[in-house]
Design a protein around this ligand. Sequence first.
Ligand SMILES: Cc1cc2nc3c(=O)[nH]c(=O)nc-3n(C[C@H](O)[C@H](O)[C@H](O)COP(=O)(O)O)c2cc1C
Length: 401
Amino acid sequence: MSLHGKRVLLIVSGGIAAYKALELIRLLRGAGCGVTCVLSRSAAQFVTPLSVQALSESKVYTDLFSLTDESEMGHIQLSRAADLLVVAPASADLLARMAAGLADDLAATVLLATDKPVLVAPAMNVRMWQHPATVAAIATLVARGVQVVGPDEGPMACNEFGPGRLAEPPAILAAITARLAQAPGPLAGRHALVTSGPTHEPIDPVRYLANRSSGRQGHAIAAALAALGARVTLVSGPVTLPDPAGVAVRRVETAQQMLAACQAALPADIAVCAAAVADWRVATAASGKIKKSPGAPPLALELVANPDILATLAAAGPDRPRLVVGFAAETDALADNAAAKRTRKGCDWIVANDVSPQTGIMGGEENAVHLITATGTEDWPRLPKAEVAHRLAARIAAALA
Ligand SMILES: Cc1cc2nc3c(=O)[nH]c(=O)nc-3n(C[C@H](O)[C@H](O)[C@H](O)COP(=O)(O)O)c2cc1C
């Protein structure tokens, strides 16, 4: 998509991945987007202002106390002249400063002074990313409406492996494009929480209980709600799908983690619980790998009930989303079971689908659903999951209009 006429203020902070910001600038310029760059106080240790300036074809700003810059532009104007502020890579340090509301260099100051949407693409060592301080900073920023892209998982410059790699520049460009393309759709100003995928419930460090959910339907719903202008938080169990563009993704493994991530994402106007959450978990997961030994009695796993995420979100209270939508995956008496589930869980709508093996729906590309509301049941034809998602998003927008 062309970004002609759009302007991005790209803030580069100090990390090994800063070199990839050069590629992002190139992609943005190639799409016709105007790019002005600010380097954080340590970014110039990793990438030269000259390279950034040459690629962006625009003056590079680094100094909060530059009399020249203040006279010609000023940190306030700089923060307002763009359609979108993008921080890529976003260091742990700058994320923490943003969350704390600090304004101790030009980058942090423009981020505090802006009235424009902000998108961050974090990049750091896996332990820095998983440190409670960074987790809390990200949660604070997301709650304020900052959009997070990545990080990706993989081998890192520090020879470790895990989440923390900067999202690839084309993926950041896609998120920027989606964000800039967002016309004020019917869900603009609404926050939607979507769950997707299966959960993995550990048996021991190497084994887990899971199900066949692919996350395709939940991810498609997150994308469809974002396309209508909603700010979307997608809480996803383990899936192999790419993150939908323009959506803040929280990755979890277990049902307990999924509930905690959902509660941390509140308040929300809309909750769509499409994840196939395991009903049970192993009461006490073994801390070491369970060994098989010849002649041993059959192994028995004691299962205990997992928290009910849909019922918890649908429970009356100040944080209850205005519209709570659950999914019912059934193999028998679909409509009756789903209608009973709607009442039992206290949610507003149930999207019921038949997951009998012969339907090929669980893990497949298509879905045949029935929408059960307080006023009755609608039978939708068998459709691609993306189309089901668009129809559902449109119904949600109409219900909240
Ligand atoms: C070689 C080297 C690589 C670094 N890589 C990263 C990184 O990838 N992510 C990060 O958050 N910090 C990284 N750091 C630490 C930051 O540079 C440091 O926290 C700095 O204060 C961040 O400044 P900023 O807020 O201006 O970005 C690195 C430091 C060094 C010396």
